[in-house]
Design a binder for this molecule. Sequence first.
Ligand code: HEC
Length: 384
Amino acid sequence: MSILLLALLIASGIFTYQRQKEYIIRFAIDNARTFASQLIETREYMSSVVKGEPDNNYNLVPQVVATQVAKRVTQNSKFYVRQVSLRYRNPGNRPDSYESAQLKRFQQNPPREVYDLVNTDDTEIFRYMQPMLATASCLQCHGTYQSAPEFIKKRFPPGHYSYNYKVGEVIGAVSVSIPVKDLYAQLGTNFQLDLVARSIVFLVVLMVMGTIMNREIIKPVKALSETITRVTRTGNFEEKLPQSSRDEIGLLMGAFNDMMEELNRRTLQSKESDQRYRRFIEVAASAVITFLQDGRIVIANKKAEDLFGRSKQELLGASIFKLLEDGAALEEKLASGTGFSEEISDQTVLGLGGKPTKVEMVVSASKTDREPMFTAILRERNQG
Ligand code: HEC
């Protein structure tokens, strides 16, 4: 049960972790997309309104404005935003390996955006890129060398690869990145805390269930097995178990109690019939002796006492084979166990001091649940 619950806890932990991760990626994508779109709009606006101003103020170059805006917008976050191009003018805008790969892909068929989780050294980084396409206004400075403003011509000589873009061509991309662990911090989510809370709930459930199971199932079953062991040892069928519930365990207790009652009744019955038998042979006219296979006498009546000249105490436990002259033959017959018939045989009883008395004897066998028992009825010959 505990293992099952533990598995459940782990499964739900993994599930939550996955969900959280998914959620966090969504969050990152949304943020990155917003940054990128804002920058692209800012740049396009700048590009469409500048009329030679950057000649005197380099800070009004759309790229420079967008870079400054990005810096300010991301100031209080762990997001890092760049605008990169394979044919850069400013070495600061040189793409890294991931960015280069994406920019090359963009040249064929630019997607709306791309994002990935990239593993570097020891951290996992979320990366996002949105391509920038050249519009007509961009070509003021990114078109031919001849048409470019003076300050551009001065800085970037003819044949520089940052010229000669065409409208619709991918000129660069906004690149957003953030370490995944900073994303978690950014969102204020704490997976560990969540796990601890779950574990506490799990433990409480486990303890409550354990207590209930112990009280309702384990304890009663243990009591039952202990009682069975005790009853087997003592043979006392009067024990009863408390039947406290109406569920399966309660039914089991009830069934056990019924069984005990029945066993008790039968034991009493057999005790009674035993006593009846003893009373009966006591009044019999002949000597009656009951003995086991090994000859040991277990029951003897008054007439037997007279016949053998011994008291009951002396007879019980003594061997019948020793008290008959031809006891050895009887012993053999019983030991062989074959074809024991209830025939009348002549025997000579050895009374006290070896005084012989001739008798007729009938032996009948009966099988109790444990061992065979034999009952002998002996009658003095001269009685007729
Ligand atoms: C007024 C001239 C001018 C206009 C208009 C202009 N750019 Fe630029 N652009 C430049 C200069 C100058 C740089 C280098 C900035 C620096 O030093 O960081 C640059 C840099 C860039 C970069 C960064 C890569 C690099 O070369 O360092 C990209 C991407 C870019 N421009 C895209 C555009 C797009 C897209 C447009 C149109 C929406 C545009 N530019 C309009 C002058 C211009």
